[in-house]
Design a protein around this ligand. Structure first.
Ligand SMILES: Nc1ncnc2c1ncn2[C@@H]1O[C@H](COP(=O)(O)OP(=O)(O)O)[C@@H](O)[C@H]1O
Ligand SMILES: [Mg+2]
Length: 232
């Protein structure tokens, strides 16, 4: 669905963030991107979402170069973002936030993310972090875009809320056929994705966490989603 061809990007030429990256993301899958803070994960999402222009190489959406298609159009037609800070409009209610970009009725999306009806008319600031993140996801789902880019969507949340968010993202990939790309710090959550990419030194590696990371997560190897991976 969306792929990069020799994608290279830097803010300052002396420090490459991405170099000759060739990676492809398909619809119906949930992808996890892991990597140290500051390595360029958010930059990668911004490039895929048409917020930044590649320095060289290409990003193709269904085979078409998104720069030729127009980055603004690409963003409008194909991409929904979910940010760690939620990016909700603070003076609006839950329902109004979701309705902003909605192609579907906001109620449908709010039900999908399991947000209780009694909260729908509340100002978003009255909600907990986990609830606000659900509103942000409902807004992304309601916009009906084929690609969902989620930048540390569970970063501020407790374990249970994080798991709930992951389940929603996973469902939207598997049941609705979206291409969902999630940046996360959590190995446990990443292990539930269909594919994991670890990002280091301007490159992506598939399913490779390195021994140091594995020792931190004893129960990771017991996860069936991980056992199925051949690249281990
Ligand atoms: N607008 C910008 N201008 C210059 N440098 C930036 C800009 N945004 C990010 N960076 C730098 O690029 C690197 C990658 O940033 P980022 O993609 O945000 O990393 P991550 O999301 O993996 O933490 C960092 O060193 C960061 O300081
Ligand atoms: Mg980031």
């Amino acid at each position: 669905m969306i792929q990069t061809e020799n994608l290279t990007f830097y803010y300052n030429e002396s420090k490459k963030i991405l170099e000759d990256v060739n990676i492809s993301f398909e619809k119906g899958n949930l992808y996890a991107i892991l990597g140290a803070s500051g390595c360029g994960k958010s930059t990668m999402l911004s490039l895929l979402g048409g917020l930044l222009m590649p320095k060289s190489g290409k990003i193709l959406y269904e085979g078409e170069d998104i720069t030729a298609y127009g980055l603004d159009r690409h963003r409008q037609d194909h991409v929904a973002f979910i940010f760690q800070g939620y990016n909700l409009i603070e003076y609006m209610t839950v329902e109004e936030n979701v309705a902003l970009t909605a192609k579907q009725p906001p109620e449908t999306a709010l039900q999908k993310v399991g947000l209780e009806k009694e909260l729908w008319k509340h100002n978003v600031l009255k909600l907990s972090g986990g609830q606000q993140q659900r509103v942000a996801i409902a807004r992304a789902l309601a916009s009906d875009k084929p690609i969902l880019l989620a930048d540390e969507p569970t970063g501020n949340l407790d374990e249970d809320s994080a798991q709930a968010i992951l389940n929603i993202l996973s469902k939207s990939a598997h049941d609705e056929g979206r291409c969902v790309i999630m940046v996360t710090h959590s190995m446990a959550l990443a292990a539930e994705a269909d594919e994991i990419y670890r990002y280091t030194n301007t490159k992506f590696q598939q399913g490779d966490f390195g021994p140091a990371l594995l020792t931190n997560t004893e129960n990771l190897l017991e996860n069936p989603a991980v056992q199925e991976r051949e690249s281990w």
